[in-house]
Design a protein around this ligand. Structure first.
Ligand code: ZN
Ligand code: FE
Length: 255
């Protein structure tokens, strides 16, 4: 499965997918239709599937126009059926959905929003995590509790190390500045930040990351790590409480 990054707005990524075996073409979280249409026209592709991780406008704003133009099928969370216009395929936790020769498994990942889902394409080991898991960060808790988000992140953390992670925003460098304040002795994090600085200096994306990389460097996946816990003065505390404290600190962080 081919994945193409389409930047939108200030820091969103929209993803165009193509399953080579079937020729099916999908898009994940098209907040804006115009850059997606331009990319499709440039390649001579026609859209068949629109995958939506959650209802926020910067992720669905272009879906209706693309559906209209290409008669593509809109795939999203059953829990968000009331607030995702034009939803054709409504899925819950654990559901599988077919995209050409690929199958995606749905993870319900509440926290950022109550209906948020992630799509894991099993054979391609490719995850679309929306605004739940970012590189070196996680989404703000608009409609969920720390306990819900921690559980959601644990379910994504359990995926294979080599799983490529495509998230909704290019937030890696600012997330990393915060991460260094709560995991200062993490060599892998320092190395990743050097790599990220180089990429951003050349205006290159830091995405995709991998689950393995995030397990080693993302503090929000490391609330049960002794190094993170002692760095914030919470050695031995329950992971969910450590996670809540990390999220609270990030909300107030000015880097
Ligand atoms: Zn969002
Ligand atoms: Fe977003």
């Amino acid at each position: 499965m081919e994945v193409i990054l389409v930047p939108a707005f200030a820091d969103n990524y929209i993803y165009v997918l193509r399953d080579a075996a079937s020729g099916k073409v999908g898009v994940v979280d098209p907040g804006d239709a115009a850059p997606v249409q331009a990319e499709l026209e440039r390649r001579g592709w026609s859209l068949t599937h629109i995958f939506l991780t959650h209802h926020h406008d910067d992720h669905i704003g272009g879906a209706a126009a693309l559906k209209d133009r290409y008669r593509a099928s809109v795939v999203g969370a059953r829990a968000d059926a009331h607030r995702i216009p034009g939803l054709d395929v409504a899925l819950g936790d654990g559901a599988r959905t077919v995209f050409g020769e690929q199958t995606a498994r749905v993870f319900a990942v509440p926290g950022h929003t109550s209906g948020h889902i992630a799509f894991w394409f099993e054979a391609a080991e490719t995850l679309f995590s929306g605004d739940t898991l970012f590189s070196l960060g996680c989404g703000r808790l608009f409609e969920g509790t720390p306990a819900q988000m921690w559980e959601s992140l644990q379910s994504l953390r359990a995926l294979t190390d080599q799983t490529r992670v495509y998230c909704g925003h290019e937030y890696t460098q600012s997330n990393g500045r915060f991460a260094l304040t709560v995991d200062p002795a993490n060599d892998a994090l320092h190395q990743r930040m050097e790599e990220v600085a180089g990429l951003r200096a050349r205006n290159q994306p830091t995405i995709p990351t991998t689950i393995g990389m995030e397990r080693r460097t993302n503090p929000f996946l490391r609330a049960d790590d002794p190094g993170v816990q002692s760095a914030i003065g919470m050695a031995g505390a329950p992971a969910v409480e450590v996670f809540a404290e990390l999220r609270r600190r990030k909300d107030h962080f000015r880097g």
